[in-house]
Design a protein around this ligand. Sequence first.
Ligand code: 5AD
Ligand code: SF4
Length: 439
Amino acid sequence: MSEAKKLFIKTYGCQMNVYDSERMAETLGGSGYETVETADQADMILLNTCHIREKAAEKIYSELGRFKGLKAAKPDLKIGVAGCVAQAEGEEIMKRQPMVDLVVGPQSYHRLPEMEAKVTEGKKALDTDFPEEDKFEHMPNRPKASRGPTAFLTVQEGCDKFCAFCVVPYTRGAEVSRPVERILTEARDLVERGVKEITLLGQNVNAYHGLGKDGPMTLDQLIWALNDVDGLERIRFTTSHPNDMTDALIAAHGECEKLMPYLHLPVQSGSDYILKRMNRNHTAEEYIHLIERIRAARPDILLSGDFIVGFPEESDADFEDTMSLVREVNYGQAYSFKYSSRPGTPAAERALVDAAVADERLQRLQALLSEQQYAVQDSMVGREVSVLFEREGRLEGQMVGKSEYLHAVHVTAPNTARGDIRKVRIVNTERNSLGGELI
Ligand code: 5AD
Ligand code: SF4
């Protein structure tokens, strides 16, 4: 038997890219590849790129530059660019970096084996189509090998919201939901291989409307269907848009046992004017009212969000509105970014906020969000949580896992294994994790 060819994939950006990279590795497994941890061992290097913020394309070009030596030493080394930068830049990548052999957009990953074969013949391969078929249906089933206790599962891709700052509707295309039965099959298969927790992924996951037996099903209905999968213990989903938080989905947070009490619900800004200019289609007050309804359904839910500061035209008063909204909501966790202009989006045409002003705002917002994160962590001390152990810790007998609130928890638990779920009392908090004791 010939020796396996070596594939190195470097993943940038979101959890969907993490999922896609796994699936690409499995697909190329069929062409004789096994994955390796470093680029210098590889016969093929794939960069799975992200285009959402800051000079993404420039970073990829400089990363590619670093492979020059490898390519010189091993001329038949194949170099490919996948993901959203591939979609956005297309052929331009091969023009600027001729050593790139393959450029593949996110909707064409099922065509990778043919593309790889073409490159083996010494040709270039480019595919940035938005094909009709569901790429995952045309990718091989995930191998039966056992795996860690948590997994991502993409249920929906693309977005029709067109927020004025965002490239996703252009790079990932229009919103498409995968059919329910395929998702359930993939979920059962993951559970057979040891998975206890599944995070459903989608750029606008709560707009999910995949085909079920009797017509389209909504995200809450999909969650209820997954709730019946034996052996699956925990369900999460991300990322949601406030305008797609239906009553039924809110109710599921109170009623569905396996749905974890954690919700990532980006608002981006607390200013009605900026929200309007961002094309978010809701006000700050509507968001706060929504949060109240979610907390009424599930009082202990931990809320997370995304924020953009320095969006074009953002005044001091607009920014203060964001700070007020954050104070009112009280997040357990959040991501905040300085606005970066994305070519082709409506906001890219508008005048930028002074960079120093935007930096200062970002610092103030991040200080407030960290304060809230630590206060929520402190409030966990003394409480009983359940922890799904994911890996061994650095100390003897220590295990690390996640609570239902997605806090990382370190526990001395010598007689437990990966995949065990145990009751734990939180005894202390560190910067980005909690410490607990088995009950
Ligand atoms: N500039 C800054 N942040 C952005 N995001 C998306 N596009 C931009 C941009 N052009 C942020 C949003 C989104 C998260 C995934 O990334 O907050 O929710
Ligand atoms: Fe981008 Fe999310 Fe807005 Fe869709 S809802 S355009 S993915 S920020």
